[in-house]
Ligand binder design. Sequence first.
Ligand SMILES: [Zn+2]
Ligand SMILES: [Zn+2]
Length: 260
Amino acid sequence: MEQKEKTKYFGDYHTHTRYSDGVSTVKQNIDAAVAKGLKELAFTDHGFNNPSYGALSRQSFKNQRAEIQNYAEGKDIKIYHGIEADIIGLDGTIDLEADELGDMEVLVVGYHSFAKAKSFFDWRKIYVSAFLSFLAKPGRSVIERNTKALINAVKRYPIDILAHINHLFKVDCYEVAKACADYGTYIELNAKHMNSQDELEQILKSGVKLIADSDAHHYAKIADFSIVEKALTGKGVDLSALENYEKTPGFPRRKQRIKE
Ligand SMILES: [Zn+2]
Ligand SMILES: [Zn+2]
């Protein structure tokens, strides 16, 4: 008899497969999620402008959906098929067309190195600045630009989850989280790229709703939130602050994506 402890989390809403840079299959991710006791799982491979991550193409996105539907049939878990889209413009543009938004059952958005920007100017201002931020502490103007682009994206698109903020692309965590609080987008506490205690403090101060995600690139990492839990308890914050801990988060912004 299997005696493994079941997770107290309702779902994991940011995971990868071989359709982008993950190493596991759709089948392995679903089996792992069911075995851990998750009630919901989202597939969010990398978006269309992100070739460095072996990203999804529009065709492979469709293939993935068919594979998910086929395998999930009859399983005791709800599956969301979405994407981890990229910021490709200073104005907050992401790498999805307006008529594709409704196809996303979960929409996760984040900054990623080497994504294809919408213009040379945007590439230089976002991606070159991010690269230089590795070498030297970024100036205020860089942080302000990155912050503004994320806030623009949250305002322009019904984004469910903003992924790993301040990872590589430096932003004002409080300002970004505040915009998410205002618009109903969750800030993700990412087990792969967990925020520092200082960043976490800024995020918490905003009053934004939080969600824990594994960002698993291997099925074994699905629903492994120990790093997130450690950071929160270190701040004296109860795990019930996570919208997917012992409850379903629901995705209020999803309604805005689906056309009548
Ligand atoms: Zn990411
Ligand atoms: Zn990811």
